[in-house]
Design a binder for this molecule. Structure first.
Ligand code: NAD
Ligand code: TYD
Length: 379
């Protein structure tokens, strides 16, 4: 029986990760630690927390006493750190919060783990570590900066972040490696491209566009919409982390991506077309539309649902042009391959949002409207 501390698992990827792990492994125990910020939602994992295989603790990764207590109460074999402030646009508004959570929070976890996991010293004065323990840092391709029209990020690409978010994630990666190099701490890092799938907070491109379409609102596309992101279905990311945790060497860094580059404008157009197709094939989904004008056939009209909803708005400051991952190291060394094709994953994701409007309502019931108005008012 292995015991995991998974931070940030009330958020998008962490929640998908614990669902994936609990379904895949019988012999594991997971303790979720999450501060439940605007991005964390307990309802997302309520069915997973059974207080037998999965426990929930509300708390901040910056809280040293709490982390020490958890490490004393549970004999963790793995710490998987998803907890972060994760939205680039917010990092432009409040950079310091990103530094606090993403850098200092990570260092706090590392240091508490060092306190709990070190069991002696070797002849050169390096700490020795309890057998089988590992700290895994969930990082991002954004640490590499931005690409031009050609080329891919490999693990050898120099770190060159631009946004406060990516700079904070880069700093976290460097402090993780510093613990490895200085204390020989058993760590691994994965740097993944943009994820999509169920439970993503509707501040990120795909769920925000879905939400706006259903509300008949304009679809804000930054700049001219030609920025490129490399999209990966969230389960494929979870699978990669599971493999790295169990198969990788200490100190290893892996890029994760599925060679699925898309321009933002194409993602938005595809989302419009997919929702329209689903609502044409199954008109009962039209009940989720805010606008309920009837057409001549007496059905809720969807003629307005087309590319004219797109609105090109002021660009994001320092907007990275293109991200693209070369995943050959993880494929070659660990045998990882993405399983979900984008054409299937995007339909599954849109269908999930249509079927889970209550979840969307729930997570956007707080400050979301204020956030949206502030973020988009001058665009
Ligand atoms: P998210 O914003 O959906 O979730 C973050 C979670 O962390 C939330 O549940 C939040 O409550 C929690 N949290 C925030 N601050 C905390 C703190 N101080 N203490 C404890 N919990 C805290 O983020 P996500 O999209 O699920 O991303 C998870 C991780 O994956 C992040 O580290 C992010 O940098 C990384 N990542 C994300 C993507 C992506 O496309 N979303 C891609 C690559 C890497
Ligand atoms: P996002 O989902 O915020 O992820 P990231 O910035 O981490 O890549 O944004 C994805 C892309 O979509 C990015 O190039 C910015 C763009 N974008 C828009 O054009 N409009 C929007 O309203 C948002 C949120 C993002």
């Amino acid at each position: 029986m292995k015991t995991y501390l998974v931070t940030g698992a009330a958020g998008f990827i962490g929640a998908n990760f614990i669902k994936y792990m609990l379904a895949k492994h019988d012999d594991i125990k997971i303790v979720v630690l999450d501060a439940l910020t605007y991005a964390g939602n307990l309802a997302t994992i309520a069915n997973d927390i059974d207080n037998e295989r999965c426990y929930f603790v509300k708390g901040n990764i910056c809280d040293r006493n709490l982390i020490d207590q958890l490490l004393a109460n549970y004999r963790f074999d793995y710490i998987v750190n998803f907890a972060a402030e994760s939205h680039v646009d917010r990092s432009i508004e409040v950079p310091q919060l990103f530094l606090q959570t993403n850098i200092l929070g990570t260092q706090n976890l590392l240091d508490a783990a060092r306190g709990a996991w070190v069991n002696g010293k070797d002849e050169n004065g390096y700490p020795t570590w309890r057998k089988g323990v590992r700290f895994h840092q969930v990082s991002t391709d954004e640490v590499y900066g931005s690409l031009g029209a050609e080329g891919f990020f490999t693990e050898e690409t120099p770190l060159n972040p631009h946004s406060p978010y990516s700079a904070s994630k880069t700093s976290a990666d460097m402090i993780v490696m510093a613990y490895h190099d200085t204390y020989k701490m058993p760590v691994t890092i994965t740097r993944c491209s943009n994820n999509y799938g169920p439970y993503q907070f509707p501040e990120k491109l795909i769920p925000l566009i879905i939400k706006n379409i259903l509300e008949g609102k304009r679809l804000p596309v930054y700049g001219n919409g030609t920025n490129v992101r490399d999209w990966l279905y969230v389960d494929d990311h979870c699978k990669a982390i599971d493999m790295v945790l169990h198969q990788a060497e200490d100190g290893a860094i892996y890029n994760i991506g599925g060679h699925n580059e898309m321009q933002n404008i194409d993602i938005v157009k595809l989302t419009i077309a997919t929702i329209r197709r689903i609502m044409t094939e199954n008109p009962s989904y039209r009940q989720y539309l805010k606008k309920k004008e009837l057409n001549e056939a007496g059905e809720i009209d969807i003629e307005w649902m087309n590319d004219s909803l797109i609105s090109f708005v002021k660009d994001r400051l320092g907007h990275d042009m293109r991200y693209a991952i070369d995943p050959s190291k993880i494929s070659r060394e660990l045998g990882w391959l993405p399983e979900t094709k984008f054409e299937d994953g995007i339909v599954k994701t849109i269908q999930w949002y249509l079927d889970n409007q209550e979840w969307v309502k729930n997570v956007t019931s707080g400050n979301y409207q204020n956030y949206y108005d502030n973020m988009y008012k001058n665009r």
